[in-house]
Design a protein around this ligand. Structure first.
Ligand code: CO
Ligand code: CO
Length: 305
């Protein structure tokens, strides 16, 4: 039902009238020092693509790449324990996995979920008139770069970890109650890259209200210190041609290109749906920020205002 064509978050395969499988895999390199925390982040990140489709994750398999000659095996154990702790928070059953000897440490999971075939939330089905909501602030790529350079203030780093270990399950549940039109999660291509996929998939233009896009505290200062990941500049180089009303070397825009790990959901909702979303998000203590709207296709896919 959903294949690789629209660069959606997960593949979907119908197995019956009432049920389709949602399948995805995600593997990352460490972005924090603590192995257990890294495991939790990697699992929340891998689960996110199922939530982004409106699915419910059921089972997962570990995929670990580990330099056994250089690192103590206890580190791998702690990473896997972190992953399993996050799966258990999500009510997902670990059913197996595989470890490969490798020069560079990496960990991720293949996740399988289910969704009702009529309730799939694609990334390519936003419509003009929809409003856009984001469920986590941006900046974890920049903060992780600062952590690696030992330049991140402790509170800034802790805040990034708090967001990266927050499951998108709650936001997914709310968006299903509000009949979301389209959704994706904000990950490696940054807000702009994933918004672009959403706009291109639906043949619409997305207008983003620059000042309302939430960015984590401390990120602006880290950018001033030059702590910006290469992927952020790469995203900016790739995606600037699809934007209007901005200059390509405006550093204030960098957080919008920042590659996120375990980022939030970017959701398109009808105006009534968006109202309901904010009400439910408030009741359920889920972060939600209105960041823009969907309009008929214009010259560029993304506009700032
Ligand atoms: Co995704
Ligand atoms: Co993914």
């Amino acid at each position: 039902m959903v294949g690789p064509e629209t660069a959606d978050d997960a593949g979907v395969y119908r197995i019956g009238e009432e049920c389709a499988l949602v399948e995805t895999v995600d593997i990352i390199t460490p972005l924090v020092d603590d192995p257990f925390t890294f495991g939790r982040i990697a699992a929340a990140n891998a689960l996110s693509d199922v939530y982004a489709m409106g699915g419910r994750p059921l089972t997962a398999m570990n995929l670990a790449f580990f330099p056994a000659c250089e690192l103590d095996i206890g580190i791998l154990r702690d990473i896997l324990a972190g992953g399993e702790a996050m799966l258990s928070d999500a009510g997902v059953c670990l059913v197996g996995g595989h470890t490969v000897e490798d020069d560079e440490l990496k960990y991720g999971l293949a996740v399988t979920g289910i969704v009702h075939p009529q309730k799939i939330v694609r990334n390519s089905t936003a419509r003009p008139g929809d409003l856009l909501v984001m469920t986590k602030p941006l900046g974890v790529g920049i903060i992780a770069t600062a952590v690696k350079a030992d330049m991140a203030p402790a509170d800034v780093a802790a805040e990034a970890v708090r967001w990266m270990t927050a499951l998108n399950a709650k936001a997914c549940g709310i968006m299903l109650e509000c009949e979301a039109r389209a959704c994706t999660d904000v990950t490696g291509f940054g807000l702009i890259g994933h918004a672009l996929e959403m706009a291109r998939g639906a043949g619409v233009t997305i207008r983003l209200e620059r000042d309302r896009i939430p960015v984590m505290a401390g990120v602006a200062a880290l950018i001033r210190d030059g702590l910006v990941p290469a992927g952020c500049y790469r995203n900016r180089d790739h995606f600037t041609e699809y934007l209007t009303n901005c200059s390509s070397n405006d550093d204030e825009l960098l957080p919008f290109f920042d590659p996120q790990t375990s980022g939030g959901l970017l959701i398109a909702l009808s105006p009534q749906g968006a109202n309901r979303f904010f009400k439910l998000a408030k009741d359920k203590n889920c972060f939600a920020s209105a960041i823009g709207e969907v309009v008929d296709r214009r010259e560029r896919y993304i506009e700032f205002y």
